[in-house]
Design a protein around this ligand. Structure first.
Ligand SMILES: *Cc1c(COP(=O)(O)O)cnc(C)c1O
Length: 345
């Protein structure tokens, strides 16, 4: 087989949810964000696993994503939609019992008369989604009389614990919601780790469930094993790959393996340092990442195995992200459709 195998450990994802849940008091609910197809790992399977582990509330980005989640978790769990109710969403929200987090005056005015359940999204300083303080103040009585299920906002800098915007957004969220009896939520993974002040009634981690920063204690959920298609010896001074960017400084053995940027191995990753692993033994990725192939210096291996691992407990999505100048989220959601996906647990 010349396609790589991506093994997704659903038990690790459930463990990560339990570990994040343990960061807050027993009275605080820990939900799960499964947008973007469960950060690329299959929203249906991830939600079913987390539902069994005890998750009662899920979040998706857009209404359409709620369909697979509803099918996976049954009728009881609550599913919120971050984008609220956009044109054409109402029939999907109704049929699959999804709760929109209304984020503008227009959405509130259009949706409230339906009498269907809703939540409210406020802007506390990120300026992306949600009603501004003045907009919310003007509609506060109408909204609270209609009994929203949740009032939430989102932190822009929670992955930087000392960033002054965290306390500023906390204060802004409090100023808008103090005294309301509605359940409140401010924190994703980063805010969950900032401590009890940020917890309110419900935390909504995403990336930490899947093993990504800023939840550095997470159990790694992924292994990516890439088959070796060919090995060759190159002489001192020969170059490997596009642009002839890597040059052998000793007689070397090079393995060519079957994954590339078309599989989400972002080309900038070639800037390294990135390793491929033969068991626990690191072998450097060398040369440029091409569309379907990457090249590895296996000179120091006694025997070259049938496949080499790019993701394992030693080298996680965040290591690849650092090399590529991006974040673990982008590595996760880029992992390719071509992989043979194996689910554990
Ligand atoms: C994506 C998202 C989350 C989850 O964020 P993580 O950093 O992945 O934990 C929570 N809330 C909102 C509004 C989001 O967009």
């Amino acid at each position: 087989m010349a396609v790589a195998t991506l093994t997704i450990d659903l038990n690790a994802i459930a463990d990560n949810w339990r570990a994040l849940d343990a960061k807050s008091a027993a009275t605080v609910e820990t939900a799960a964000v499964v947008k973007a197809d469960g950060y690329g790992l299959d929203a249906g399977r991830v939600s079913a696993t987390l539902s069994k582990a005890g998750v009662k509330t899920f979040f998706v980005a857009v209404a359409e994503e709620g369909i697979a989640v509803r099918k996976a978790i049954g009728a009881d769990a609550v599913i919120y939609v971050f984008s609220g109710c956009c044109a054409g969403d109402a029939p999907i929200l109704k049929e699959y019992n999804l709760i929109p987090l209304l984020n503008s005056v227009e959405q509130v005015n259009t949706y409230l008369p339906s009498g269907a359940p809703f939540g409210i999204q406020l802007d506390s300083g990120m300026n992306r989604l949600g009603m501004e303080p003045a907009e919310f103040a003007a509609l506060k009585d109408t909204i609270t009389q209609a009994a929203p299920r949740l009032i939430m906002s989102h932190l822009a800098c929670a992955d930087e614990p000392d960033h002054p915007q965290n306390v500023a957004q906390l204060a802004a969220f409090r100023a808008m919601t103090d005294g309301l009896s509605t359940r409140k939520s401010l924190s994703a993974t980063g805010g969950t780790l900032l401590g009890a002040d940020y917890h309110f009634d419900l935390n909504r981690p995403g990336v930490g469930l899947y093993g990504g920063a800023p939840f550095t204690q997470a159990s790694p959920a992924l292994r990516l094993s890439i088959p070796v298609i060919q090995t060759r010896d190159v002489a001192l001074g020969e170059t490997v790959g596009y642009g002839a960017k890597w040059q052998a400084t000793r007689p070397s053995k090079i393995a060519t393996i079957a994954s590339g940027y078309a599989d989400g191995l972002i080309r900038a990753m070639g800037n390294g340092p990135v390793n491929l692993y033969a068991g626990d033994t690191p072998c450097p990725l060398i040369g440029r990442v091409s569309m379907d192939l990457i090249t590895v210096d296996v000179t120091d291996l006694a025997t070259v195995p049938d496949s080499l691992d790019l993701l394992n407990p030693i080298q996680t999505i965040d290591h690849l992200a650092d090399a590529a100048g991006t974040i673990g989220y982008e590595i996760l959601t880029s992992l390719g459709a071509r992989y043979n996906r194996v689910y554990k647990g």
